[in-house]
Design a binder for this molecule. Structure first.
Ligand SMILES: Nc1ncnc2c1ncn2[C@@H]1O[C@H](COP(=O)(O)OP(=O)(O)OP(=O)(O)O)[C@@H](O)[C@H]1O
Ligand SMILES: [Mg+2]
Length: 455
């Protein structure tokens, strides 16, 4: 807010009007007076007032009429009704119709000061909210993909530019940066949007299972394969296949997939029928595939086939301008889900969130907002509601090695949304070891949520 607050005082009683104007002038406001409703209507058409003090009983055009007009035509102005002592009901009525507060005649300068303090606080919150909502509204593109930063704007443009091409896309980025969401957005903008979007997490299966998940199998192809089953390749017909964690695909299967991409056909495990297919491929990885190629864990020819269009999604800490809009977006979604009357996040909290490094990126921000909303006492989230992010004082550090290990594992699991492969990789232990530690420490995604909501 730059400059002075703009105030309009509307009252047909000269003494009241002038004493109010006088008070506002002395207190540093940009104030004007109007001696009747009709003049007030003309004035609000010409200028945006922050506050309008409005007498209820006036000849010709009364306060209610002006109030209704203001609510429709200048909703950003806050209206305070001026009412005679003893007609509180009318004032309450006015508040139901959208007035922010009321002032009873006769009043003391002290009453006015208190009232204004209240109003200014409300005004700041409303303004912040309006700005955030506006930003959110104009940034929503391609499903729920949101971003206000320069790099996200570039990403939106890129998505639109590549929409009509069918070339494979490789998405790179840290965990939680939104790779899957971007993949969906690319699909939704493409000419295949009417077709299916079929994701598969290549890190979540053993080699044999991954093969049958991707290619499907004929009945009797292996022990346990009683019925024939369609694979994801077939399911993606006419749409988009999203290979998540493509770096996890075993070398042998990379050769098979390369052949599928070249020949646009395949056969199921244990089958001989050649099935033609037509899909667009989008892959994602948080690994450095060039390094994987160097150490012989990824095929160069397969890589060249995948990265025709390569998109790097920067970590959240490198695009902090996205933090306010993302936080507000998540807040609104969670408010709708929980019905909790939390409407916004104050500036101090936003500033603190901008300084936090977000190792789990947007997913971590989403979880943090959810936790803050669930635990919040007030209508507005403050920095204190996010204290769990910044806590690291000595008394919070568990003293025993056992407790430290437990908490660390829990934190990493939450960070990766309980994705065992990723958490195990980050912890540099095997999935089997991680599973045994989860059992040993009785960890579970559900118990963590409960613990979180108890503070
Ligand atoms: N720009 C964004 N706008 C709105 N929501 C987002 C955005 N980016 C990420 N999210 C949300 O953050 C969460 C994580 O995103 P997503 O699953 O796409 O990340 P990812 O990069 O695939 O992570 P991982 O590597 O761990 O699989 C999701 O709930 C997603 O909806
Ligand atoms: Mg993902």
């Amino acid at each position: 807010m730059s400059g002075k607050w703009k105030v309009l005082v509307v009252d047909d009683e000269m003494i009241v009007r002038e004493s109010l104007v006088d008070w506002f002038m002395k207190s540093g406001y940009d104030v004007e007076g109007a001696e009747g409703g009709r003049l007030a209507l003309e004035m609000v058409d010409k200028k945006d007032y922050d506050f309008i003090f409005l007498d209820i009983k006036m000849p010709e055009v009364d306060g209610f009429e002006v109030l209704d007009y203001v609510k429709v035509n200048c909703p950003q102005s806050m209206v305070v009704m001026i009412t005679a002592y003893g007609s509180i009901e009318t004032a309450v009525d006015a508040m139901k119709r959208g007035a922010s507060d009321y002032l009873t005649k006769p009043f003391e300068p002290g009453d006015l000061a208190c009232l204004l303090e209240r109003l200014l606080q409300q005004k700041r919150i409303l303004d912040e909210n309006a700005i955030l909502r506006e930003q959110v509204a104009c940034r929503v593109r391609c499903e729920d993909l949101i971003g206000a930063s320069h790099c996200m704007q570039q990403l939106f443009e890129l998505i639109e530019r590549i929409a009509t091409f069918d070339s494979p896309v490789l998405l790179r980025g840290e965990t939680g940066t939104g790779k899957e969401l971007v993949a969906k957005a690319i699909h939704a903008t493409s000419e295949r949007s009417a077709g299916p979007f079929i994701p598969i997490n290549c890190g979540a299966f053993t080699e044999t299972l991954l093969e049958s998940e991707l290619f499907g199998h004929e009945s009797g192809a292996f022990t346990g394969a009683r019925r024939a089953k369609k694979g994801r390749l077939e399911m993606a017909e006419g749409g988009t296949l999203f290979l998540d964690e493509v770096g996890e695909i075993p070398l042998k299967m990379q050769i098979d997939l390369l052949r599928v991409l070249q020949e646009k056909s395949f056969h199921r495990v244990g089958g001989i029928t050649v099935i033609p297919i037509d899909f667009r491929l989008i892959c994602a990885t948080n690994r450095d595939l060039a390094k994987e190629i160097e150490r012989g864990a990824f095929r160069q020819d397969f890589y060249y086939r995948l990265n025709v269009i390569e998109i790097e999604i920067p970590p959240l800490r490198a695009r902090i301008d996205d933090i306010p809009v993302l936080a507000q977006h998540f807040l609104e979604r969670i408010r709708q889900e929980t019905n909790k009357p939390v409407t916004g996040i104050n500036q101090q909290a936003i500033n603190a969130l901008k300084k936090y490094p977000w190792p789990g990126n947007v997913r971590e921000l989403e979880n943090a907002v959810e936790r803050a909303v669930v635990l919040a006492q007030g209508h507005y989230l403050s920095k204190d509601d996010f204290a769990f992010l910044f806590r690291s004082s000595a008394q919070d550090i568990p003293q025993s090695l056992r407790e430290n290990e437990k908490q660390h594992i829990e934190r990493i699991l939450n960070l990766y949304g309980w994705n065992i492969s990723k958490a195990a990789e980050a912890l540099e232990i095997s999935r089997v070891t991680l599973h045994s530690k989860i059992r040993h420490y009785h960890l579970s995604a559900a118990s963590n949520r409960t613990a979180g909501s108890q503070g």
